[in-house]
Design a protein around this ligand. Structure first.
Ligand SMILES: [Zn+2]
Length: 266
């Protein structure tokens, strides 16, 4: 599931491969990923345009066009991007294909028809309309801003970290890693966290997300102390060797180490 680190890696990939090439055509295999934009809107809006710049907000990749409009991409559960040269075959699971006038193509791949691609006039307005909170790695989202964002909340810390309206970018996988590294039980209500614990969550959040990005969001390259590769039944804690347990948080499974993260699951 593409979360902030995965989308940041895709953003850098898009930036490194696909800028400043004229879009010749857009082929859409699936209407389901387009949200409010129709395939012909996408074709008309992109033909003859170039991608000029990229940004990311939470789990959204935003691509600025040469006419000032924006292509917005969300990767749903399994979405990804693949750039191929003229000689290469279209990648498997391509749901949408941007063909450039130099013959190369950028494919949006997904094995499930979830996600979103659309054109918008203004990135800021889009973020506002989506009611997205600040991107958690934005320089303005410092500890003060984090504290303000979670102040007075009684929801569990894990679901608060995953609430895109409070802060954008974290999902089920990285919230587990952040709370594991911080040593905090995922079901702890936010208003029961001490000031010290909040500080710990904030700094661990930044550290975990940056470490993931530095390692191309590939769990195989993550530090050996990370729980992400052990988030499964019969997983063992990479720090104490104990059993990794699962507990429910807002209908999702949270993986955690009972020894490191306080309470036993009820
Ligand atoms: Zn442990």
């Amino acid at each position: 599931v593409p979360e902030l680190p995965d989308v940041e890696v895709l953003r850098r990939y898009c930036e490194a491969t696909s800028l400043h090439q004229e879009v010749r055509s857009v082929r859409v295999n699936s209407r389901l990923i387009l949200g409010e934009t129709s395939p012909s809107d996408l074709q008309t809006g992109l033909q003859g345009r170039t991608f000029e710049d990229t940004e990311r907000h939470g789990k959204y990749l935003l691509v600025e066009l040469d006419n000032g409009r924006w292509l917005v991409m969300h990767f749903g559960m399994t979405g990804s991007l693949k750039y191929v040269s003229k000689a290469d075959r279209k990648p498997e699971n391509t749901e949408l294909l941007f063909a450039f006038s130099n013959g190369s193509r950028l494919a949006y791949l997904t094995t499930r028809k979830l996600g979103e691609i659309r054109l918008v006039g203004d990135a800021e307005v889009f973020i506002e309309e989506k009611d997205l909170g600040p991107d958690v790695l934005d320089s303005s989202f410092d500890f003060e801003a984090f504290q303000r964002a979670i102040a007075g909340r009684r929801a569990m810390i894990k679901s608060t970290l995953m609430n895109q309206q409070i802060m954008a970018g974290i999902g089920n996988v990285y919230s587990d890693e952040i709370l594991f590294q911080a040593g905090i039980y995922p079901r702890t209500p936010v208003d029961e966290l001490s000031g010290k614990a909040k500080k710990k969550v904030f700094h661990t959040m930044q550290d975990v997300l940056r470490t993931a990005i530095d390692n191309q969001a590939d769990p195989e390259d993550f530090p050996e102390t990370y729980i992400i590769p052990h988030r499964h039944k019969e997983g063992t804690c990479p720090r104490c060797g104990g059993e990794v347990k699962q507990v429910e948080v807002s209908g999702r499974g949270a993986y955690y180490c009972p020894r490191r993260q306080g309470k036993e699951a009820n």
